[in-house]
Design a binder for this molecule. Sequence first.
Ligand code: SF4
Length: 353
Amino acid sequence: MNGDIKEDIRSLSLTDLEKFFADQNEKTFRANQVYEWFWKKSCRSINDMTNLSKPVRKILEDHFSFPVLHIEKEYISRDRTVKSTFRLHDRLMIEGVLIPDGNRTTACISSQVGCQLGCTFCATGLFGFKRNLAFTEIFDQVVELTNQSLHHFNVPLSNIVLMGMGEPLLNYEEVKRAILMITSEDGLGMSPQRITLSTVGIPNMIRKLADDHLRIHLAISLHTADNVKRSIIVPLNKKYPLEELRDALKYYHEKTGKRFTLEYLMFANMNDSLSDAHNLAEFCKSFPVKINLIGYNQVPDLDFKRPESGKIIAFKEFLEKKNMIVNIRKSRGEDIEAACGQLALKDRNQREG
Ligand code: SF4
């Protein structure tokens, strides 16, 4: 504990909990019970731990806090996509999206409150950066969206994409800890292959991700294979140009043997020509990839436009002639501003907490 501020009980490892109970002259098997309540049973308060006696729960309450996030608002799209705003313990807000597709549902979750990278097409970038999320806050989004999936669609969550607000590789340790709890048999037990981490591409962190063997899927928000254009839309490209990103991706592929996805948002008259497609094919020569082409979703206050569908199809056909795997991804939840690049918390009071 630090002064009057109680420590978040879920930041304790199993060993920490055992030590705590031993210090309190309580049976150390209580630690396993508590741990199971946190991660397997996704409990929301110390009071929910009904197999602990009231005095034991009181000891925990006296020593620890148990911050959880809450769904503040839900918006449901014409295409059944559900966008939720989550209120955090410090009153800040983030957004998450649940995307139904047949009998599967995908949760798009956030890793930071806002984002410091300022990609010029992105609503989250406009919103600025407030703070990193704790691993518990990343975990809790999955718990809430799983409940939503059961409630709205009567199916458990099938997939998770870290594609919401923030750059996950700039909050790597918390993201990794959350993924470990989501995939652990002691936690939600989800297969890592059903989790995708999406990044604009931070070379040293891509190498670290490869070294850590998390076995999740990697997606790179590339958007163009031209350094001049990319530095305009993804300012981080000035620090880590495409050559450095390509080397890190080569390393990732060599180390993991995995194919990854390149996300390519298409902007009219910016990155949608056949010469842009040629640059992309050249960039991909050193590794196997899957390309997702996504027509840009309009963001109020930003000038970018979506290309006509004929241009997107011509781009796809050009790449397919080079034997590349290319999908045109349909945007979901555009009418509720839940689509890629649109998450930004519409109301001023939501942004400021
Ligand atoms: S696109 Fe991703 S990395 Fe870029 S500003 Fe938006 S949230 Fe951040």
